[in-house]
Design a protein around this ligand. Sequence first.
Ligand SMILES: [Zn+2]
Length: 73
Amino acid sequence: MKCKICGKMGEEVEEGKEMCNRHAEAERRLREHFKVWAERTGLGWQGYLEAIVKNERTGTLVKETATYLLQNG
Ligand SMILES: [Zn+2]
């Protein structure tokens, strides 16, 4: 099984999961932060991900994950 984002293969990607631990953790944090964002801005998931991708302060890992989620729901 390969990570769908970085293509990394091997033990790091657990059985039944689509991403390696690093990207899975980034996704978890993205989804968690979205609740706060949605309450504050009233914007949806798509708008949130776009803002994350555009934000220069966003880390590479999170940016990669947000880009992936934008393209794949
Ligand atoms: Zn990965």
